[in-house]
Design a protein around this ligand. Structure first.
Ligand code: APR
Ligand code: ZN
Ligand code: ZN
Length: 362
């Protein structure tokens, strides 16, 4: 099968012939139908986060089950599934207390470089990425890395839920637990930020302020539920938000992964407000906050993959889509072949796309 391999950081991905072994007892072999391009993949391609290379990237996908291991009862061949990198064991302390995204069982949620699920006829080990490696025609994954979905759900829309949508929506609904009427700011309206905005709308937030430097993104944000828009090129973002809200917001979400915007997210809070950092700030970089701001009970927290319980959350998101509340069609800017993947990342870098998806049958 074909897969896009990252050999070296800051080099294009190369399409290579790769194979996967038969599923082990708790593994599932999936025919990948759709894979979304996420900014986190780009962070690794640019070396902002370390990962053993060569590796097959990709972690936002949907497909059809081809084969299951001897102990798998959850799915059968032919089932439609969405993948999630938040693979869980179900028995560690974090899983048992409901925080499955923080699973600590490394035999299930394997560390980078640990799994042997990809081979390519060379001596050099080919690494699986985030227990998934979606930029490949087939994926071999643990059964607890997938959720079954209804077959009438279009797979290209389902794939988006696998990372971008659950990450943005979950940050609002699960991590920050935004309640009806509260004010929300989302800084960075890419695929993940748009999901945070749509999530805030579903949660019944009051003011929903979208911040982005791209006017086209701000326009789409308005369609998804933003009540106000802020363009950083029109002046200080914190001041613009303070002016709009009369002193600060209840919830801010940083969905970009930069020091400057993370600091803005905290600085724009009303007393008692909470900043949630969703973006991946480059490894090793520190952010600076005014200590005084903590006196009025402002909080800052991280959110990983939207603090999801994906086997519950993802089918619910699909129901929201079916009822017209989650506007997944608006996310897809381009449909690509696997061979066009480098163009897709170039467009992401240029800020042109919300989401590009690879259609494996195209
Ligand atoms: N202020 C606000 N928005 C900005 C700024 C800025 N200074 N600079 C760029 N942007 C906007 C871009 O115009 C774009 O719309 O931020 C958005 C980033 O979107 P994508 O590149 O599509 O990123 P996305 O896939 O949504 O991921 C965002 O979340 O999960 C993490 O790793 C991911 O750190 C990344 C973040
Ligand atoms: Zn992602
Ligand atoms: Zn666990």
């Amino acid at each position: 099968m074909k897969a896009a391999v990252l050999h070296e950081v800051n080099k294009p991905l190369v399409i290579e012939d790769v194979s996967v072994p038969n599923p082990g007892p708790r593994e599932v072999l999936i025919r990948t139908k759709v894979a979304g391009l996420c900014h986190s993949d780009l962070h690794f391609m640019e070396g902002l986060y370390p990962h053993p290379l060569p590796a097959v990237l990709g972690h936002e996908s949907a497909g059809v089950v081809e084969k299951v291991g001897s102990d798998v009862t959850y799915v059968k061949p032919g089932d439609h599934v969405v993948t999630c990198l938040s693979v869980f064991c179900g028995t560690c302390d974090n899983c048992t207390t409901g925080r499955t995204v923080l699973c600590t069982d490394t035999t299930v949620k394997m560390l980078p470089g640990q799994s042997n699920r990809l081979s390519w006829g060379r001596k050099e080990k080919l690494n699986q990425f985030l227990n998934l490696s979606s930029f490949a025609e087939q994926m071999l994954v643990h059964e607890n890395a997938i959720v079954k979905i209804r077959k009438d759900m279009p797979l290209e829309l389902a794939a988006l839920i696998g990372c971008g949508v659950i990450t943005g929506y979950g940050a609002v609904v699960n991590t920050a637990k935004v309640t009806a009427g509260e004010s929300v700011v989302v800084i960075g309206c890419g695929g993940v930020g748009m999901a945070a905005i749509n999530g805030a709308e579903i949660a019944g937030a009051g003011r929903i302020i979208a911040v982005d430097t791209n006017p086209a993104k701000l326009q789409l944000a308005t369609k998804l539920g933003a009540t106000d828009i802020v363009d950083p090129r029109n002046g200080d973002v914190v001041q613009q938000v303070r002016d709009l809200t009369g002193g600060g917001v209840h919830h801010s979400f940083e969905v970009l992964g930069r020091k400057e915007t993370a600091e803005q997210a905290f600085a724009m809070l009303a007393p008692g407000g909470t900043a949630t950092i969703v973006g991946m700030i480059p490894f090793g970089q520190k952010i600076e906050l005014h200590g005084f701001d903590f006196l009025r009970e402002r909080k800052i927290q991280g959110s990983s993959m939207g603090s999801n319980h994906f086997r519950v959350d993802m089918p619910r998101l699909i129901e929201f889509y079916m009822r017209g509340k989650l506007h997944l069609e608006d996310w897809i800017s381009a449909k690509l072949k696997l061979s066009e993947i480098n163009e897709g990342f170039a467009n992401m870098k240029a800020g042109k796309t919300v989401r590009s998806v690879i259609m494996f049958d195209a």
